[in-house]
Ligand binder design. Structure first.
Ligand code: BEZ
Length: 399
């Protein structure tokens, strides 16, 4: 009896174990297959409302266009999108970034435009070791003291376009310059870059004026500039605020009296709205209209066809953020859990951008040409290269 029961039990146990092994194996191969088929989750954290709304939309358009050109897949995996409107509000940045990373479990955050918001995203991305590709915000810290293996930028540091324009203005023999900007990192760091190059060549910034972001009450400041009578003025404004400033400057009658220079955000994506007030303005930026490269020509045609709009620098930065992600995803055949391999591949990538080919500095910021541009009609026409292969100094970055 005892033997019979034992044998029956043993058979039952063998059957149960076999079933468990078979079920486990099936589950495991299902999981592997699930991982192999997992989508790459992309979280856009961008401004979709407020003065920078158009910039956020252009970045998303550019990014999606590149992914669509790859058949909707990177590294062999389908791409799935999540989005948060960051409202250009630094106070909401940590919570918004956490939503994408913890709730939506994204593989990469693509964000953002505003330098103050960027600081919050960088902090959360570093704490969670989540891949971050910055498609605009120039916050010098992100590729300076806060640089990290998982932090990349497809755009510029605030220092870069300001520094390029400082050289141009000094080379033109201007001596006394007034600066004007919104009082937050993007404006202040652009002015710092301008001042560094301009004063190294013998110029002097005689007054630094500012107003809170995103205020557009420029009148009193324009009156003050007129009374100082500088050789030139350097400003940082972008988006809706840039449109208003350029119109107010012309309406005050200063357009033909005091030379106005700026980083190219003053006139990028804004020319239709600025109209006659912008004609002839000169700016420096890492993109321009009229670049004679076939890569750019293809990009512009495709963008105009897809969105019924001319692309601007923000669309290029979005497109290139997707190219950077593609380089990382390709290196791991879409397995984004291999984080260090993804980071290494992006850091080493050579990006075939519509702006011209660029590579990344050791701090993961583009090393790129800065063009001198002049407004003609609705174009920021390239008139030369202000500084070739300009690298941000990456002060404080230990990578
Ligand atoms: C920034 O906040 O970093 C920024 C915003 C708009 C254009 C350029 C820079």
């Amino acid at each position: 009896m005892h033997r019979i029961i034992s044998r029956g039990l043993a058979l039952a146990c063998v059957a149960a174990v076999s079933l468990a092994v078979a079920t486990g194996a099936a589950a495991q191969s299902g999981a592997q297959q699930g991982a192999a088929n997992a989508k790459i989750k992309v979280g856009f954290m961008l401004p979709y409302t407020g003065t920078y709304a158009a910039l956020g939309n252009a970045i998303e358009n550019g990014f999606r266009m590149y992914v669509d050109e790859q058949g909707g897949r990177l590294g062999g995996r389908e791409v799935q999108y999540f989005k948060v409107d960051d409202e250009s509000d630094p106070a909401k940045a940590p919570e918004n970034a956490t939503k994408l990373i913890k709730r939506d479990q994204v593989d990469v955050v693509i964000g953002t435009v505003h330098s103050g918001v960027q600081m919050g995203i960088v902090k959360v991305a570093k704490e969670n070791n989540t891949l971050l590709i910055i498609p605009n915000a120039g916050a010098d810290e992100a590729t300076g003291p806060l640089c990290g293996p998982n932090i990349f930028r497809s755009s510029f540091s605030n220092w870069q376009p300001g520094y390029a324009m400082g050289q141009v203005v000094a080379n033109r023999g201007m001596k006394r310059v007034v600066t004007l900007t919104w009082k937050y990192a993007a404006g202040e760091q652009s002015v710092r870059g301008f001042k560094e190059a301009f004063e190294a060549k013998g110029g002097k910034v005689v007054k630094e004026l500012n107003l809170p972001f995103p205020n557009v009450e420029f009148q009193a400041l324009i009156t003050e500039i007129a009374s100082i009578k500088p050789d030139a003025v350097f400003v940082f404004f972008a988006g809706g605020g840039a449109v208003k400033f350029v119109k107010d400057w012309a309406a005050a009658g200063l357009k033909d009296r005091i030379p106005l220079y700026a980083s190219g955000f003053l006139t990028d994506g804004t020319l239709e709205a600025q109209g006659a007030a912008a004609q002839g303005l000169e700016t420096t930026l890492h993109y321009a209209d009229g670049l004679q490269n076939p890569r750019d020509q293809r990009f512009r045609l495709a963008y105009a066809k897809a969105f019924k709009l001319q692309p601007d620098v923000y669309a290029v930065q979005g497109y290139d953020a997707a190219q950077m992600l593609a380089a990382g995803a390709a290196a791991v055949n879409g397995d984004m859990s291999r984080k260090n391999d993804v980071y290494k591949a992006i850091a080493a990538a050579r990006i075939d951008s519509p702006r011209g080919v660029f590579t990344l500095s050791r701090a993961h910021n583009p090393v790129q040409d800065f063009y001198l541009r002049k407004v003609q009609g609705n174009e920021n026409k390239v008139s030369g290269i202000a500084v070739k292969a300009l690298a941000d100094p990456a002060r404080g970055c230990r990578l």
